[in-house]
Write a protein that binds this ligand. Structure first.
Ligand SMILES: Cc1cc2nc3c(=O)[nH]c(=O)nc-3n(C[C@H](O)[C@H](O)[C@H](O)COP(=O)(O)O)c2cc1C
Length: 737
C-alpha cells in the first residue's frame, strides 16, 4: 500500500530495519543471521482470505521479505512441525462459526488430543481472522486455530486481528498489515537470537545462508521499489494539486450552470468534495498484471460448462408456488425440485447450493463496454505473464480451457461483486480523463476510505456501475478476469423431508430487490431474480397450491443445477423425546417445515413414537399477506406434532386490549420460563433460522436475558451459559447476512 510522503520514507527506512531491531537485540544479532523469510497460510471459503494472503505476499516483497504462501489444505507444501520461520495465518469463518472447508483437515489435525502441550513450542505465528459480526460466532474459524496453537505452545508474535466483513474488512486488515512488518522483523530477530544462543540446527544454519542471499536480493528490489515510489509520490502530489483545482473549478462551473450560488454540491460516486478532493493521496501499489488473454476464433469442441457444473446435478423444477399475497412487500416463492432420478440424499435441516448465471442483459452491456460484442463466441485462452511480479500467480481453475467469452462472463465471474480497492487502483491505469482518474484514485486511497464505503461498498456497486460512472475507463478483459472473483453458487435450506415427500426437495426464497439509488439502477438479487424469471411460466399464484395436473404441466420444465452442502449440524436431536424450540420468522421457517414433516411421517409409521414438546416462533409483517405455510403449520398443530405455535405480526394493528408482541424475540420473552426450562432442565434444543443481521442477534440477546432472569444470573454468566449451549450444539443457527 501507499505512495505518499511519510509512508514512502518510512518504507525506505524499513528496508534496513532487519539490522535496526530494538536495542537489546541490536548488539547480539548480526545482519547476515537475521533471515527475512516467512510463511503465509490461508484458509478461505469464498476467496477473501486468499486475496488478503496474496496481498500480504505482494507487500512482503516491497518490505524486503521473502514469503512462501500456501492454502491450509495443501498439506504437502508446508510442515509446521519443522517450521523455523514466522508463520502468518489468514483464516475466514463459514457456516455457523466453522473454519472454511479448506482449513477443516488442518483444524482436525491440530485438535488431535494426543498432541503434547509443547508440540508447537518452536512456532512463531500471527493470525488474521476474518468474519462478520452479523453472525454470532464472530471470527470463530480463526479463533479456533489461534486458541489451539496457544494450547500447543506456539508463540504469538503479533496481536491477532479480527476483521469484520459486516462493516468492511479493510478497517482492520489495512492497519493490521501495516503493523505486521515491524512485528515480523522483531520476531525474526528474536528467533535468530535464540538460535545464536545455541538452538540453531545445521538445517537452519543452511537455510539462513540461502535466506540472507534472498534478503539481499529482496533489498535491492526494495530499493528500486522505493525510488519508484518516491517518483510516483512527486508526480502524484502534482497530479493531486492539478486535479484538486480542476475539481473545485468544475464544481463552481456546475453550480453556475444550474444557477445555484449557495447550494452546496453533494459528494457522489463520481465526485468528491474538499477536503478529499484537495488532499494528497496514499493509493495502494498497482497490483501486478499476471494474465495474458487471447480471444481465439476457433470452434468449441467440448462442453465448457462441465468444469463449473462438476459435482452439481441438473434437476427439473416440478412446481413453483407464490407463498405471499400480491400486496406483500417481499415476494416469497416455494420451489419443488424433482430429484427422483438423482442420487440426492438429504435430511431435514440440510442446505444445498444452486448454480446461477449472471444476467444476460448485464453480460451484454459488459461485452459492449469492453468492445467485445463481435468476439462473444471466441474461445478465451489464458496464459500467465512470463515475467509477472505477482507471486503464486495462477490461471483461475474455474475457467476451463475451451470456454467462450460469453460463457465466461455468464457462468464464471461474479460480475456483481463489489470491486476491491486493488481493482479500482488497477482501473486507474485504464482511464483516460484526468478527473475520472483522480476520483478512482480517491476511492481506493486511504484518505478516501469513507467515500469507498459510502459510494462503493454500502450501495453494492459492481464493475458495470463503475464503468457507467467513469465513461473514459476502458479496462482490458484480462483485468476483469484477474480481479473478479469466481461466481459463487447460492445456498438455500431444504423446506421438506424426503421421508414425507420421496423424490422431492423444496426450498423457499424471497425475491431480493435492490431499489434504484444514485449509484445504480433498480435490480433484483442475482439468483433469486433469475429463479423468479425461470419459473414464471409455471408459477402458481398465491392461494392456489394444488399440484399441476398432467394436462396443465408444461412440456419442458425449467431446470437448475444443485449440490448438497455437506456437514450440516442443523438437525433434529437424535433423541426424539427431547423438547425443541424453533425460531424462524419469514423464510426462516423453511427448515422447520422439513423437521415437522419428518415427524409427521415418523408418527404415521409408528403410532407409538413419542416426541418432546415442539415450539415454533414465527413472525412476519402482516398475517394476511405473508404468513408462510399457515395451513401446513395449523395442520401440524392439529395433529399434535407442533405443540406450540407462537406467531407475531409486526405491522398489523392489534385488535386485542393487550399489545401483542411485535417480533419473535418479544414473543420468546413472553415465554421465558418455558424456554429456560426446556434448555437448561430438560436438555432441549434451540434452533434459529433467518436473517443474521437483526433477527438472529436480537434472538440471541433475548436468550441471554431469559436465562439471566429465570436463573437469576448476571449478564456475563448468562452469556457464558448461552455460549455453552452453542458448544454443546444445542443452540444451532442457519442464518444469512
Ligand atoms: C455462508 C456464510 C457463513 C458465514 N458464517 C460466519 C460466522 O459464523 N461467523 C463469522 O464471523 N463470519 C461468518 N461469515 C463471514 C465470512 O467469514 C466473511 O465474509 C469472510 O470475509 C469470508 O472470507 P472468505 O471469502 O475467505 O471465506 C460467513 C459468511 C458466509 C457467506
Amino acid at each position: 500500500m501507499v505512495v505518499i510522503c511519510f509512508r514512502v520514507i518510512s518504507r525506505y527506512v524499513s528496508q534496513r530495519r532487519p539490522y535496526c531491531v530494538p536495542g537489546r537485540l541490536l548488539s547480539t544479532v548480526m545482519p547476515s543471521e537475521v533471515t527475512s523469510r516467512f510463511l503465509i497460510l490461508y484458509g478461505s471459503q469464498r476467496g477473501q482470505a486468499q486475496s488478503i494472503a496474496e496481498e500480504i505476499l505482494e507487500q512482503a516483497k516491497e518490505h524486503g521479505f521473502v514469503a512462501d504462501i500456501s492454502c491450509l489444505s495443501q498439506a504437502d507444501k508446508y510442515n509446521l512441525e519443522k517450521e523455523t520461520n514466522p508463520v502468518v495465518f489468514v483464516v475466514s469463518t463459514t457456516g455457523d462459526g466453522e473454519p472454511p472447508d479448506t482449513a477443516l483437515k488442518f483444524v482436525q489435525k491440530i485438535k488431535n488430543k494426543s498432541l503434547s502441550r509443547d508440540h508447537y513450542a518452536h512456532l512463531h505465528y500471527a493470525l488474521l481472522a476474518l468474519g462478520d459480526t452479523n453472525y454470532q460466532n464472530f471470527c470463530n474459524g480463526g479463533k479456533t486455530i489461534d486458541r489451539r496453537l496457544q494450547e500447543l505452545g506456539a508463540k504469538r508474535f503479533y496481536a491477532t486481528g479480527h476483521a469484520d466483513d459486516g462493516v468492511g474488512l479493510e478497517i482492520v486488515v489495512e492497519p493490521w498489515i501495516e503493523g505486521l512488518w515491524e512485528a515480523i522483523r522483531e520476531a525474526l530477530a528474536e528467533m535468530a537470537q535464540s538460535n545464536q544462543q545455541g538452538f540453531a540446527s545445521p538445517e537452519s544454519a543452511q537455510s539462513s545462508n540461502v535466506e540472507s542471499a534472498a534478503q539481499e536480493n529482496a533489498e535491492s528490489t526494495g530499493l528500486e521499489v522505493n525510488l519508484h515510489l518516491m517518483k510516483l509520490r512527486e508526480s502524484d502530489s502534482q497530479t493531486s494539486k492539478q486535479v484538486a483545482s480542476s475539481a473545485s473549478e468544475r464544481a463552481e462551473t456546475e453550480l453556475k450552470a444550474v444557477g445555484a450560488t449557495t447550494a452546496p454540491l453533494e459528494a457522489s460516486l463520481m465526485r468528491s468534495l474538499p477536503p478529499l478532493s484537495e488532499s494528497a493521496l496514499s493509493v495502494p501499489a498497482l497490483p501486478p498484471p499476471y494474465l495474458n488473454v487471447c480471444l481465439v476464433d476457433a470452434p468449441v469442441e467440448q462442453d465448457s460448462t462441465s468444469c463449473i457444473k462438476e459435482a452439481f446435478q441438473e434437476v427439473p423444477i416440478s412446481k413453483a408456488v407464490q407463498l405471499t399475497r400480491g400486496d406483500a412487500v417481499k415476494t416469497a416463492i416455494l420451489l419443488e425440485l424433482d430429484i427422483s432420478d438423482q442420487h440426492f440424499v438429504y435430511q431435514p435441516g440440510d442446505s444445498f447450493d444452486v448454480l446461477c448465471p449472471n444476467s444476460p442483459s448485464e453480460v451484454e452491456e459488459l461485452l459492449q463496454r469492453l468492445k467485445l460484442t463481435e468476439q462473444r463466441n471466441c474461445c478465451v485462452e489464458l496464459q500467465l505473464h512470463k515475467d509477472t511480479k505477482k507471486k503464486a500467480a495462477q490461471i483461475p481453475a474455474y475457467i476451463s480451457e475451451k470456454s467462450v467469452l460469453q460463457h465466461v462472463l455468464t457462468w464464471c465471474l461474479e460480475i456483481r461483486s463489489v470491486p476491491k480497492k486493488a481493482f479500482i487502483r488497477a482501473l486507474v491505469e485504464h482511464t483516460e480523463k484526468g478527473d475520472e482518474k483522480r476520483r478512482l484514485q480517491e476511492l481506493c486511497s486511504k484518505q478516501g476510505s469513507a467515500d469507498y464505503n459510502r459510494f462503493v461498498r454500502d450501495p453494492n456497486v459492481c464493475i458495470l456501475d463503475l464503468l457507467r460512472a467513469f465513461p473514459s475507463c476502458s479496462p482490458p478483459l484480462s483485468l476483469l478476469i484477474e480481479h473478479l472473483p469466481k461466481l459463487q453458487p447460492r445456498s438455500y435450506s431444504a423446506a421438506s423431508s424426503s421421508l414425507y415427500q420421496p423424490g422431492k426437495l423444496h426450498f423457499v426464497f424471497n425475491i431480493v430487490e435492490f431499489p434504484a439509488c444514485p449509484e445504480h439502477p433498480e435490480r433484483r438479487g442475482l439468483c433469486t431474480g433469475w429463479l423468479a424469471d425461470l419459473v414464471s411460466p409455471i408459477l402458481q399464484p398465491y392461494g392456489k397450491t394444488q399440484a399441476p395436473t398432467e394436462s396443465s404441466a408444461p412440456l419442458s420444465l425449467p431446470k437448475v443445477n444443485v449440490r448438497l452442502r455437506p456437514g450440516s449440524s442443523f438437525r433434529l436431536p437424535s433423541d426424539n423425546s427431547l423438547p425443541v424450540v424453533m425460531v424462524g420468522p419469514g423464510t426462516g421457517v423453511a427448515p422447520f417445515i422439513g423437521f415437522l414433516q419428518q415427524r409427521e411421517k415418523e408418527l404415521e409409521e409408528n403410532q407409538e413414537a413419542a416426541f418432546g414438546e415442539t415450539w415454533l416462533f414465527f413472525g412476519c409483517r402482516h398475517k394476511d399477506r405473508e404468513f408462510l405455510f399457515r395451513e401446513e403449520l395449523e395442520r401440524f398443530v392439529g395433529k399434535g406434532i407442533l405443540t406450540h405455535l407462537k406467531v407475531c405480526f409486526s405491522r398489523d394493528v392489534s385488535e386485542e386490549s393487550e399489545p401483542s408482541p411485535r417480533y419473535v424475540q418479544h414473543n420468546l420473552l413472553l415465554h421465558s420460563k418455558h424456554i429456560a426450562n426446556i434448555l437448561l432442565k430438560e436438555k432441549g434444543y434451540f434452533y434459529v433460522c433467518g436473517d443474521a443481521k437483526n433477527m438472529a442477534k436480537d434472538v440471541n440477546d433475548a436468550l441471554v436475558e431469559i436465562i439471566g432472569t429465570e436463573l437469576q444470573m448476571d449478564k456475563l454468566e448468562s452469556m457464558k451459559t448461552v455460549a455453552d449451549l452453542r458448544e454443546e450444539k444445542r443452540y444451532l443457527q442457519d442464518i444469512w447476512a
